[in-house]
Design a protein around this ligand. Structure first.
Ligand code: MD6
Ligand code: FE
Length: 199
């Protein structure tokens, strides 16, 4: 079963409980090598999510703007991409290229993400694949213009969303979490992985 939310295809329960735990372990390995940081927007506001990346490129936001970089802010290359995340991409992306970036977002109980487009990549024919782990999150999807009609869905741990085709540039964001809905992460919260071809 696939659920269409404003053109974004949500595949519920792609990862079972064992795979979710394994992916969390792989994410912990990344975070040990490339610590989470709280990015600033161009306007100097701190985002509420904490981020890091794995793979060839990581996504960075600071006073200089949004972009992909080969290095963590601490100067080191990003660690290798979690193997299980790459496997999910191969299962659901529908394209033959492998992802070059795995952005890791950590949400605590109060974190959210404002409506945005993913448009820092060179080739919009390549989809974005997103994996949810931990607490449920309310995902809102609009159209290609800011301010239009939106639809929402609660993303659960193990769900995978694919943003491609005509929906590739749709606005989307996370309104809020439902704390305590998952026991996957001992301290609660949510991890979101987004996989992309960058260049
Ligand atoms: C999140 N997701 O789920 C934020 N972007 O925490 C995204 O921003 C996103 O879910 C591109 C494609 C799918 C997504
Ligand atoms: Fe996004």
């Amino acid at each position: 079963m696939i659920v269409d939310v404003g053109g974004i295809k949500v595949h519920p329960g792609v990862l079972d409980a064992g795979e979710q735990a394994e992916l969390v372990e792989q994410v912990r390995r990344v975070v040990r090598a490339a610590p989470l940081f709280r990015p600033e927007t161009k306007r100097g506001r701190k985002m509420s999510v904490r981020m890091t990346s794995a793979g060839r490129y990581g996504w960075i936001s600071d006073r200089a703007g949004y972009r992909y970089e080969r290095h963590h802010p601490d100067g080191q290359e990003w660690p290798p991409m979690p193997a299980l995340a790459k496997e999910v991409w191969r299962r659901v992306s529908g394209v033959s290229r492998d992802p070059q970036s795995c952005l890791i977002n950590y949400y605590d109980a109060d974190a959210k993400m404002g409506m945005h487009q993913d448009r820092d990549e060179a080739n919009f024919e390549m989809p974005v694949v997103s994996i949810s782990l931990g607490d449920d999150a309310l995902f809102r999807v609009g159209g290609a213009e800011r301010g239009g009609k939106t639809q929402s869905i609660w993303l659960q741990s193990g769900d995978v969303a694919v943003m491609g085709g005509d929906a590739r540039l749709n606005f989307h964001g996370i309104d809020r979490l439902r704390p305590g809905t998952s026991s996957l992460l001992p301290n609660g919260g949510r991890i979101n992985l987004t996989l992309r071809v960058v260049d």
